[in-house]
Design a protein around this ligand. Structure first.
Ligand SMILES: Cc1cc2nc3c(=O)[nH]c(=O)nc-3n(C[C@H](O)[C@H](O)[C@H](O)COP(=O)(O)O)c2cc1C
Length: 302
């Protein structure tokens, strides 16, 4: 593919097939990443490629922004010990994250060229992922990239028009004009539908006894809530209601599986259909919450 074609084709992918990605391909991707420019040619990035299914699942559990069950997760970290050795203090503050970003883009473009899908993930729990990857304290996580063969067609988020982002020569206040224009509603879409589906399909028992709650599902929900709460202070405000309703969705699914009854099923369907509106249609989202509350009043008659 021509470079322009690859650049235009790359999209954030949030749904992957089960098909594994060979280590040969993964090495090709890391080679492309390592060809990216770095400040002072420092090359302090380190690429941790998780392709062990359990490790991938575990990292996924602690990454509320990750969706689509990727077979591979690549963590890009900066080796602070190398920076220290080279005495490049400024790089620590400014350069490393940019170096990692450039490597990430190289990797994502190469992946797109090979027909693979990727998504940059910043919504992960730093300490947990650090621990799962067994990283030393001198290794700073910069970004995760989910990777795999895409399933279905991704959406194409709109880009701002050139007049809002392109300025020739010295700035003459054009930015203020641009800022007056209505901002786009495009945002990260930490669509967690896949995770919710996982919740629904994992449950094996429809027996109406509390002991049939699935411990793993409850643990996953607990971890999801903790990592969401930890991530939210640095994330857009609108993610808060999304994470809360996603937790409610999972809980409703678990209650439905354990106790049966139409209300839980209706609630999960309602939430599944409406939770994405948080990003695109806040009024519709609030309407869905109202309907869900009205639906939930049926629980009182049990
Ligand atoms: C630094 C960074 C962090 C991101 N974090 C997430 C994330 O946690 N979850 C997610 O679903 N997408 C994440 N994205 C992907 C963006 O949402 C996506 O790039 C943007 O919506 C544009 O869509 P496109 O990549 O298809 O062009 C991130 C992107 C970047 C550059």
């Amino acid at each position: 593919m021509q470079l322009t074609e690859v650049i235009e084709k790359r999209r954030s992918i949030r749904k992957f097939s089960d098909k594994p990605v060979s280590r040969g391909i993964l090495e090709e991707l890391i080679k492309a990443a390592a060809l990216a420019p770095t400040a002072s040619n420092l090359q302090a990035w380190r690429f941790f490629v998780a392709d062990d299914p359990k490790l991938v699942r575990d990292i996924d559990s602690f990454s509320p922004g990750l969706s689509g069950k990727p077979p591979v997760i690549i963590a890009i970290a900066s080796d602070l010990a190398e920076v220290e050795r080279r005495g490049s203090k400024n790089s620590l503050v400014y350069g490393l994250m940019m170096d990692a970003s450039m490597a990430a883009e190289n990797l994502m473009l190469k992946a797109a060229d090979l027909g693979l899908g990727t998504c940059a993930i910043k919504s992960y729990n730093d300490k947990a992922v650090h621990k799962l990857l067994n990283l030393p304290d001198t290794m700073r996580l910069e970004i995760l990239i989910s990777l795999g063969w895409p399933e279905g067609e991704p959406r194409t988020p709109k880009r701002k028009p050139m007049e809002e982002v392109l300025f020739w020569n010295a700035w003459e206040g054009q930015a203020e004009e641009a800022a007056d224009k209505k901002p786009e509603k495009e945002t990260d879409s930490p669509s967690t539908a896949e995770k919710a589906l996982k919740t629904a399909t994992l449950a094996e028992s429809r027996n109406s006894k509390a002991e049939h709650f699935n411990k793993k599902e409850l643990q996953d929900l607990l971890i999801y809530m903790i990592t969401s709460a930890a991530g939210l202070p640095g994330e857009p405000q609108m993610y808060g209601p999304l994470r809360l309703i996603e937790s409610s969705r999972r809980l409703a699914g678990m209650l439905g599986d354990a106790y049966g009854g139409a209300v839980f099923g209706e609630l999960t369907a309602l939430i599944d259909a409406g939770k994405g509106k948080n990003m695109t249609d806040p009024e519709g989202f609030c309407e869905m919450l109202g309907e869900a509350a009205a639906q939930a009043t049926d629980l009182l008659s049990d």
